[in-house]
Design a protein around this ligand. Structure first.
Ligand code: NAD
Length: 499
């Protein structure tokens, strides 16, 4: 079995589901070696498909090979990390002894959840689609991925990669649009990964509830970047120019708006303009002429981003730079918006495009209040030399991740740093062991030990001695863990002689 193209209805989805689900027991029983071999094969086929990947992302978003190589490197690092650690992750994890389980064998046993669905977005389709897949395979699951219809060339390339890497059909790509996703969502998956906006995230959660499927939701929102009065302003502008404008701002962790201290606001705005120009119009011929300046994914998103900018302009905002468009090419010039107010759509909706808002502030409390009044963001950034500013913002705000003196570098760069959001920006964590854990049932295992104590002492009719022991446990001070370990060892030793 290879790919299913343009899946139209729920029943067709169910047929695919049933075919893939037949592989569930065999996938669950695979060794770490087999899972690693599957992951390596996927990487091998994916890397061999690079020319097609480059061609696809050029058509879709005007990207150059180095733009997408960054995505592929993240996947390769993740695959290598899994290969190094999977045997350990899969091994049973003994639970430390407790007073209530003295002498028993207690441990966690990781088993596959079964059928995993991945519904990724289009803005970095390879890493967003395959990263959950790597974790799902590592945990021994069978998987269906439905790539985003907004990146149809990449969807086809991904389908061909998966068909070649998994000829037996334990991982399958279904191509299609929203209807295909809806058909799949009716199937009894055990776990669902969804990466996209939080309006659809709600639909996914509702569908998951029908089968009590667990979910990992990776969503977006408005990520604040704070520039403290103590910041290295030029450094902040340089990094933010890159963080916002790479992939034409179509990155979930890109800074969406900048809260900059009023004392450095003017300098920062000028520096940001300068850095964006140096990066994307170094020859001064205009951003539109630069073949390395990315494009917006489709006409709908083009109109949406343009609408946000024009709504702000219409309501009195200033465009310090940008505000130029070419619909035929889905080109939106890098845009800096200032003089904003909360009634502007650009201050209410995620921009997810090559525009950024700058909003001056006076006090740190004002910043915290502004961020707290909004949905909890996926990422937040602070530029400050004064450590107390960083500590204040870290302690008084919440986000999926927070970075000091940089941006957009916290994702996919360290396999021990989980990736995810909070409430509206996401549920669950990805990367490294976290993805493995999301795709696994951490099963509690309790093995009865040798009969050190007669089990009947705990069953009715209860003895006075037992009742007294219970009261002592209730009223007594907590027993130190070291002491519990010693008692456990004694009980086990006694148990050896009672076998
Ligand atoms: P999208 O439109 O490509 O949707 C993603 C998937 O959901 C696709 O497979 C699509 O077919 C499916 N889908 C769309 N509508 C559906 C519906 N009504 N019912 C069922 N399935 C449906 O993605 P998008 O929303 O345009 O992606 C952009 C958003 O994703 C932004 O908000 C961005 O911040 C967020 N994002 C988050 C992360 C993260 O890791 N946190 C990464 C990338 C993007």
């Amino acid at each position: 079995m290879s790919t299913v193209i343009n899946l139209p209805s729920g029943s067709a989805a169910r047929a695919v589901f049933d075919r893939v689900a037949r592989h569930v027991p065999a996938c669950a029983a695979t060794s770490a070696e087999t899972r690693i071999a599957r992951i390596r094969r996927l990487m091998e086929v994916m890397l061999a498909a690079r020319p097609r990947i480059y061609e696809a992302v050029k058509i879709e978003r005007g990207l150059t090979p180095p733009d997408v190589d960054g995505e592929l490197v993240m996947l390769k690092f993740e695959a290598d990390h899994i290969a190094k650690n999977l045997a350990d992750w899969m091994s049973d994890k003994p639970a430390p002894p407790s007073l209530m389980t003295l002498g028993k064998k207690c441990y966690l046993h990781y088993e596959a959840k079964g059928m995993v669905l991945v519904l990724p977005s289009w803005n970095a389709p390879y890493v967003i689609g395959f990263l959950p897949l790597l974790g799902a395979i590592a945990a021994g699951n069978a998987v269906i991925i439905k790539p985003s219809e907004l990146a149809p060339q990449s969807s086809k390339v991904m389908a061909d990669i998966v068909a070649e890497a998994f000829p037996n059909g334990e991982v399958v790509i279904v191509e299609g649009g929203v209807e295909a996703a809806q058909g799949l969502l009716e199937c009894p998956f055990n776990h669902i990964f969804y990466i996209g906006n939080n309006t659809v995230g709600r639909i996914i959660m509702r569908a998951a509830a029908e089968h009590f499927a667990s979910v990992t939701l990776e969503m977006g929102g408005k990520n604040p970047s704070i520039v403290d009065a103590s910041a290295d302003v030029e450094d902040a502008a340089l990094k933010t120019a890159w963080g916002r404008m790479c992939n034409a701002g179509q990155a979930c962790i890109a800074p969406d708006y900048v809260l900059v201290h009023e004392s450095v606001a003017q300098r920062y705005t000028e520096a940001l303009q300068r850095e964006i120009t140096a990066m994307y119009d170094p020859k001064g011929e205009g951003f539109a002429k630069n073949p390395e300046y990315p494009r917006v994914i489709n006409a709908r998103h083009f109109e949406r981003i343009k609408g946000l900018i024009e709504d702000a302009r219409g309501k009195g905002a200033t465009l310090v730079m940008g505000g130029e468009y070419d619909a035929t090419d889905r080109y939106i010039a890098p845009t800096i918006v200032t003089d904003v107010s909360d009634d502007m759509k650009i201050m209410q909706e995620e921009i997810f495009g090559p525009a950024i808002v700058i909003k001056p502030y006076r006090t740190r409390e004002e910043v915290v209040d502004y961020i707290r009044r909004r949905d909890k963001p996926l990422a937040a950034y602070v530029f400050a030399k004064d450590r107390s500013a960083w500590e204040y913002f870290l302690a008084n705000t919440t986000s999926g991740s927070m970075v000091l003196n940089h941006n957009v570098v916290q994702s996919g760069t360290n396999p021990y740093l989980p990736f995810g959001g909070v409430n509206h920006s996401g549920i669950g964590r990805l990367v490294g062991f976290n993805t493995f854990a999301e795709c696994s049932n951490a099963r509690t295992v309790f093995e009865e030990g040798p009969p050190v104590v007669d089990p009947r002492t705990m069953f009715p009719p209860l003895t006075d001695k037992y009742k007294k022991q219970l009261t002592q446990l209730l009223d007594g001070k907590p027993v130190p863990d070291g002491m519990v370990r010693v008692i456990d060892r004694v009980v086990r030793t006694v148990g050896l002689f009672k076998r």
